[in-house]
Design a protein around this ligand. Sequence first.
Ligand SMILES: [Fe+2]
Length: 265
Amino acid sequence: MTAPLGFTDFHSHLFPGVDDGAQTPEDSAAALAAFRKDGTRQLITTPHFMGSLTRNRAMLADRLDQLEAGWARLRAVVARDAERHGSPMRVERGVEVMLDVPDPDLSDARLRLAGTNFALVEYPSLRLPPMNAEFAVIALCEQGWTPVVAHPERYRNLAEYETLARFKGAGAYLQINAGSLFGDHGKTAATHAMNIITLGLADYVASDYHARGLPRLRDFHHAVVEAGYPEQAELLGVTNPARLLEGLPPLPVPPFVVADAEPAT
Ligand SMILES: [Fe+2]
């Protein structure tokens, strides 16, 4: 790892009591400790948010009120963590937008990643739409936002990688979950994660940490370095997430070079 701040993580569920991640401030405090231990000192945390709420003013206001309360609880935890360690962690907010409608209105900066133009999105029920899956990506790009598709390796109906190439062609970036590589989401997701990285389609790795287990960013970095790809390890886990936090697009991540069976003539 060469960056002074180590890893930057932009996908986790640390707001206490607003989704299936941290339930209490104590859970959030333990999660921050886990990130510190794993080498992450700056992060954007991203509670679940249903995109369809942006079509109903009252329901949107309710959810944003819940998130404000959760954010206030988390800020207090972050402040206590900084006091205890004598050095603050940088903790920003965003959401993970479920695309239960293909064109949610993300004009409220709280619905994007640390107020940048980047938005973390996922498709419902871990299934890609059977037709024109990239429609949502196009719709968000037309609004001026840059979608980052979370954990594409986890989609149960992902059969080939052409769909992911189309997402990228339409202006999206792809984020792999660190734990997927180690089978945390099953064997199929592990195979997809490896293939997506090998093909050079992944732009980022993130933890998707739910305040249980380990963030695994260090494990992921170590595994990719050990496989012989330190440049990709650095781009996926360090450089590109740090660029996102500053509102900058990722640098291209080269595909892995698989040795030819036949020497070139
Ligand atoms: Fe998530």
